[in-house]
Design a protein around this ligand. Sequence first.
Ligand code: RAM
Length: 852
Amino acid sequence: MTDHRPRVTDVRAEHHRQPLGIGERRPRLSWRTAIDRPGWCQTAYEIQLTEEHREVGRTHRRSTESVLVPWPGDPLTSRRRVEVAVRVWGPDGEGPTPWSDPLTVEAGLLEPSDWSADMVSPARTEPVGRHLPPPVLRGTFRPRGPVTSARLYATAHGVYETELNGERTDDQVLAPGWTHYPERLRYQTHDITGLLHDGDNEIRVLLADGWFRGRLGFGGGTRDIYGDRLAALVQIEVRYADGTAETFGSGLDWQAAHGPILSSGIYEGEEYDARREPTDWRPVRLVPYDPARLVAPDGPPVRRTAVLDPVAVLTSPTGRTILDFGQNLVGRLRVRVEGETGHTVTLRHAEVLEDGELCVRPLREARATDTYTLWGTPGGEQWEPRFTFHGFRYAEVTGWPGELAPGDVQAVVLHTDMRRTGWFECSEPLLNRLHENVVWGMRGNFVDIPTDCPQRDERLGWTGDVQVFAPTATFLHDCAGLLRSWLTDLAAEQHPDGRVPMFVPHIPTAFPELRAAAWGDAAVIVPWVLYERYGDPGILADQYDSMKAWVDGITRVAGDRHVWDGDRQLGDWLDPSAPPDRPGDARTDPHLVATAHYAHPAQLLAQTAELLGRHDDHAHYAKLAEAVRDAFRREYLTPDGLLTSDTQTAYALALRFGLLATDAQRARAGRRLAALVRADDFHIGTGFVGTPLICDALCTAGEYDTAYRLLLQRTCPSWLYPVTMGATTVWERWDSMLPDGTVNPGEMTSFNHYALGAVADWLHRTVAGLAPAAPGYRRLLVRPRPGGGLTHARAAHDTPYGRAEVSWSRTGSALRVIVTVPPGTTALIDLPGTAAPVEAGSGTHLFRTELS
Ligand code: RAM
């Protein structure tokens, strides 16, 4: 599509694409400009704010900025609804463009005093140690005249869905999501104008245990972590044609009953009896709540994002019916079934089969079983659980009445509804499948928070996992809002001594509260990655104290030696040599890992301090980082230039975190790393820590060929081995499934863990050649390094400025590269076979070079 006239598109506020009910008073604004003219760049912008068709603000700035520019008007107050339109000028005063489509920004309830509704819970006392079935709450309200607009603000202790006059008010799943509830409980805002009737309106809230009081955690888990009482808070605000407004809310006039959900747990699954309409309505009681902890969401909610049909209906050796969805996914089943009243269908889920049967052992204590008891509707009935999710590719169906026909059972995919922003593809089908597996791994594990895995009795926000995966994640999907929210919880739950919980939100488990390198580092590395990839320094400012507390805490325990060897560590978790029952038993000295992971965040903190204009801190942390690097060499570098742990991960850390002092040291380390990889016959030897670094480390050492051979290895352990075994997501272990098709006997055997998929970031940056050279990709580094016999590769990313793309193909030694640089950005293009990198402005460019 050729368009020579610039157009402003994609206006957004903070990291919201649907800014209804936002919590920011001065949301920063971003937009893109669609233009197909090389070198075009914005020279000025104008933002117009209108409220009820009246202009309430207009700002004109000579500026090239278009990402997260300051809010140009008065701060928003609760419920204020403002339309934002943007137009821009191009080079030489050209313009302005037409106004963009308006973005409607509506503030949520920003003051605790805005909440007048009461939080209500069934009045019935629950038996000690046991919970009654999840309740349904209901209330009615009657607007006094024609309504021009209506909003529903709601949240719950538990997970909830709201229905107005029998219809769902929205399409969110598992609201209010999982945050550190004692300090931050999200509320949701919905436009319910179109659902209101004249006269009485009935609102219902369906509740279930969710993360609030359901069983969470491994080793049996804990119940009632945040409380033992389910409750809902609903506030409905209507505006009338005459300009007046009225508020209705949950209160003592509401009622509660048990509905058709008999039980529902995130690990357990859901039991549903369609015959049990709520009839026995009883009183509710008030539950005290603190409106000051109610917060608006930072990002999109969890939604249903796809529906898959089974690819096969199998009969197992023991005669069971098993559906194969062809893809390991996260969500649940939707059934359409016709049968006798009272008949029960049972659905069990698993990621893999073993000996042709559902293999549920890796789920540990997650039952992952749903049951549906039929009403007996002639013509059939449809059901999908509401308050649970499973990680599965296979589902066993028992008790199906009659023949199971295609389309009777479908898989509904659930995750945070992030916009897809990154793509990769190349001439090697196995690599494409690996990349696809990484994408599915992210989809399955970004269910409101970034989790380790989505299927077993865990599904926790393990810090180390997202620390290593964040660069990949930010490329594939816009996850700024989700991670920003998660980081706020991380800071809220950080220990006063700087320790970061092993998982956020934190829950009690038997797992020790370690000060763990590479895990706690999430406090520093994740905000830095968000800054680097989305160009948002605000996240660094918000997290600064938390980042500092983490580094200062290590400094206290490491002392003047600056060697971090006093704490128990997880080390290079799950390297391929770790035995099934000892996942932390890796080859690399955990204290070497820790000290390297002390230098790195200290360095990032120094850079952050500089950026935020904290000059003293900058000097302090730059000096600290230098001291730690010195200490690392003193302690772990031997006089002959080898590291005390002569392992892939140790050299990868030293090379990638800049821990070596001289070119000679770096060259020696690079040669040794390559030699180790060769000695392992190009098999991977790294765990969670080394895996995201090793290919980059090899490239730093000029060992591109070795990196490609490692990447393209197909036998175990390697990235492609699982692909050859039919994997459709990334596994927790290099050998979650053993070459003979049996499932690894270890307790840590998930088939959907994204950590080892962190290599995708290298695929994007080095195989395809698309990397950020400045925060937010304002400047691209286009540096493809073709190799491994690949004949083409391509990566595309929707940067905050627009679509960037690198695509290369080779025929013999002739290399052809097409680069798209978004408007308002530049690129440094560094192609093999060229004497020096070249600069390029926005637009699409074609290059041809000869590979040597
Ligand atoms: C496992 C988790 C996670 C890892 C921790 C240390 O239980 O699945 O991936 O970070 O252990």
